[in-house]
Write a protein that binds this ligand. Structure first.
Ligand code: SF4
Length: 333
């Protein structure tokens, strides 16, 4: 018998997928990966989908990096001193490389860095792998699987050619098909569909968030970072804390959450360093450069376009704005 599994993120698209599966009457499981970097409202929204709709309870899974971190501690103890890393740095890294139970932070501690646009390992290790190992593979051992994904072509250029159906075959496992039933839907269709079922969207959309995955996502736009910095400054404080912890576990003593070139200053530094021809000198320059921290990026996000002039109007109206609706989907229009 085919097993239907709906992937939930707590966002509008996966919620519409869940409702669609419910409406079609197929028995299904709903699964979500908690990265430890979602807003609690998003987790609660997913957890309450069942009672709000009469559908299945969303099963929440988390990645566990304990074993990998233990191996890394052993590696650091055995190899860093031989590479000339001062013993104090070695001891500090081993001391801080202990599982915190927060998958996102543990992943960054294990990797010794934050993910980036070019090395977006967060999606693989925090979402695909835990759901794959804990749900999909066991299900595929029992029979064929259809994974429902809330992906729309209109979402991004990268998804403009995404197929509705895709088959994956793996030796020793039953076939799996990805199913993207919303592939041709617009954001309006998605919100409208949920509204027609009497289901309110994740409340974060009503507070100016364009997406409600990681909070923030490493790829967050200036507007999203700005909205988070204004309305949820504690989220920026948490990332700043993670940056400090990760710096302790890194050989170079540095680590920033957002892309190095996200601010104009960071972009200028990145350009300057990219001009250094010798690879080792380039790496050394990059390692000693003070890249923009989460707090600096949040400050920049609250400025006007050039990023140098602090937006006094923003500051003056921040309190008002925090109470008003600036949903990017026009939900109150
Ligand atoms: S939402 Fe962003 S930060 Fe979170 S796993 Fe996906 S790409 Fe990484």
């Amino acid at each position: 018998m085919i097993q239907h599994i709906v992937n939930i993120s707590g966002g509008k698209d996966s919620t519409a997928c869940y409702l669609l599966a419910l409406q079609r009457g197929v028995p299904f499981r709903a699964v979500m990966a908690d990265t430890g970097n979602e807003h609690p409202v998003t987790i609660e929204y997913a957890e309450r989908l069942a009672e709000r709709t009469g559908g299945p309870q969303v099963e929440i899974y988390r990645a566990d990096f304990s074993e990998r971190m233990a191996k890394k501690r052993a590696y650091i103890a055995a190899h860093w001193p031989a590479k000339g890393v001062p013993q104090a740095v070695v001891d500090r890294a081993i001391a801080v490389l202990q599982p915190t139970g927060i998958p996102f932070l543990d992943l960054c501690l294990w990797k010794g860095r934050f993910p980036s646009r070019r090395a977006q390992f967060c999606t693989e290790f925090l979402k695909s792998e835990p759901i794959g190992k804990q749900v999909i593979d066991p299900a595929r051992r029992a029979g064929p699987v259809v994974q429902w994904l809330g992906v729309r072509r209109a979402e991004s250029l990268a998804r403009r050619n995404a197929p509705m159906w895709q088959t994956v075959r793996t030796p020793g496992l039953h076939a799996m098909r990805f199913y993207r039933p919303l592939i041709n839907w617009s954001a309006e269709n998605v919100f409208g569909y949920a509204a027609a079922h009497g289901l309110d969207p994740n409340p974060l959309y009503l507070q100016g968030m364009g997406r409600v995955g990681c909070f923030p996502c490493i790829n967050a736009s200036k507007g999203e970072i700005r909205a988070i910095a204004l309305r949820f400054p504690e989220a920026i404080d948490r990332i700043a804390e993670w940056e400090a912890i990760c710096a302790e576990s890194s050989k170079r003593g540095c680590g920033t959450f957002f892309a190095a070139d996200v601010t104009p200053e960071g972009a200028a530094l990145a350009k300057q360093i990219s001009r250094i021809e010798d690879r080792e000198a380039r790496n050394a320059a990059s390692a000693t450069t003070q890249w923009p921290t989460a707090r600096q990026v949040a400050d920049w996000a609250r400025t006007d376009r050039g990023g140098r002039q602090f937006n006094l109007l923003d500051a003056a109206f921040a309190e008002d704005e925090a109470l008003s609706c600036s949903s990017q989907y026009g939900l109150c229009e």
